[in-house]
Design a protein around this ligand. Structure first.
Ligand code: GLU
Length: 448
């Protein structure tokens, strides 16, 4: 069988059957074309149509989310949960509340989640969900009523052994609290393991909040370590200013680097003396304000709405905002400015063109499935603590996260080499490692 042509055909069929879902097509295309050497080595997986099956979600739920705003007006949003793969464990993945959410976005995220979760080596399947709800400018009461309405439908699809959501863009500790409260009320069960990202006092895990950002920095540090380098004394650009970005900044500073810029959806700040994390947290998490407020409060910082955060010269870039934020043009600027490493804290922030530019320039590139796996890995640690009614310290949990990230990094390199790439080909390594784990389970479990 010509595996390459077969993968092209599978990709064409996915595009045909899922019209208009551009991000889903992109995520599928990126994975399928890297699987060729894996399927050549395992013709039994091609025979069993593993690739075809893994591109089709096991279940997709789309539902109405009606709620009443503070003025007494009825609002209607659309909720989603795509239960993509349960080959390795209960469906696991976050919920995103953002006006851009549609089925194609949720499917791209759910598809990526399958391989990311597999790559962590933990017993978690892949899923994702969310709603086209815009939390910006909404009061606490409105957010709570929205979450309650969302969970009123979603609860029937969840369970600690069935489907375990967590946060993503627009869904943090506050939203997880409201969602958990409603689930508990409807089911009359304190089922701690049904959601992750819970508060520390009621079933949450230490380090879960920090995990995605910390993990991305650990991963980048591992990549740099293969070239005898590290964060110490390095200039770093972090895009975004949400949960992932904030804790990436914290860890970069702990390792001796300086984050000189970060961004939000309207612009970016440059602060040569290093981003002041306490101020950033106050602006974003307490005041829920725009990043321009950071620059107003800090004389060393300037705020810009022109150009891009990637125009700021740096040694290491950590895209932690959202999908397709870093295209060919931004990648070209980063390379021109001498960037050494790029690690994706967000899901699919770099376009395929950008990834190709980094590859050609020999820039170390950590794809999101590997580099941002720390978040979901710590969610699995939260599930483990919930199941055993145990509670680990911050240090113990962080040690486990660091071990998972080291392991993910090592596996990517080893797999890339086994399947004909250079050890630096983390894209090949991550995709094939994740795929093989899922494929082995699917083959063993029969045609389901
Ligand atoms: N939304 C995060 C991700 O993209 C975390 C998912 C989880 O913890 O379940 O991996």
């Amino acid at each position: 069988m010509n595996v390459s042509a077969h993968m092209e055909a599978v990709y064409a069929e996915v595009c045909r059957r899922n019209p208009g879902e551009a991000e889903f097509h992109q995520a599928v295309g990126e994975v399928l074309h890297t699987l060729v050497p894996a399927l050549q080595a395992h013709p039994e997986y091609a025979e069993a149509c593993i690739a075809e099956r893994v591109c089709e979600p096991e279940r997709q739920v789309i539902f109405r989310v009606p709620w009443v705003d503070d003025e007494g007006r009825v609002r209607v949003n659309r909720g989603f949960r795509v239960e993509f793969s349960s080959a390795l464990g209960p469906y696991k993945g976050g919920l995103r509340f953002h006006p851009s959410v549609n089925l194609g976005i949720v499917k791209f995220l759910g598809f990526e989640q399958i391989f990311k979760n597999a790559l962590t080596g933990q017993a978690i399947g892949g899923g994702k969900g969310g709603a086209d709800f815009d939390p910006k400018g909404r009061s606490q009461g409105e957010v709570m009523r929205f979450c309650q309405s969302f969970m009123t439908e979603l609860h029937r699809h969840l369970g600690e052994h069935t489907d375990v959501p967590a946060g993503d863009i627009g869904v943090g500790g506050r939203e997880i609290g409201y969602l958990f409260g409603q689930y508990k009320r409807i089911t009359n069960r304190f089922e701690a393991g049904v959601l992750t990202g819970k508060g520390i006092g009621w079933g949450g895990s230490h380090v879960r909040t920090e995990a995605t950002g910390y993990g991305a920095v650990y991963f980048a540090d591992q990549m740099l370590g293969t070239r005898g380098q590290g964060f110490d004394g390095r200039k770093v650009v972090v895009s975004g200013s949400g949960n992932v970005a904030v804790y990436a900044i914290e860890k970069v500073h702990a390792l001796g680097g300086t984050v000189v810029a970060c961004s939000d959806s309207t612009g970016y700040v440059v602060d040569d003396s290093g981003i002041d994390l306490e101020l950033l947290k106050t602006v974003k998490e307490v005041r829920r304000a725009r990043l321009s407020a950071y620059a107003e409060a800090r004389p060393s910082a300037r705020y810009s709405e022109r150009g891009s955060v990637y125009d700021v010269p740096c040694d290491i870039a950590l895209p932690c905002a959202t999908q397709n934020e870093l295209g060919g043009q931004e990648a070209g600027t980063l390379v021109k400015n001498g960037v050494l490493a790029v690690a994706e804290g967000a899901n699919m922030p770099c376009t395929p063109e950008a990834v190709e530019i980094f590859r050609e320039a020999g820039v170390l590139f950590g794809p999101g499935k590997a580099a941002n796996a720390g978040g979901v890995a710590t969610s699995a640690l939260e599930m483990q603590q919930n199941a055993s009614r145990a509670r680990w310290t911050f240090e113990e949990t962080e040690d486990r996260l660091a071990a998972v990230m080291r392991d993910v990094h090592a596996r990517c390199r080893a797999t890339a080499e086994t399947y004909g790439g250079t050890p630096d080909d983390y894209v090949l390594g991550a995709n094939i490692t994740g795929f093989l784990r899922v494929a082995e389970a699917m083959e063993a479990q029969g045609v389901v």
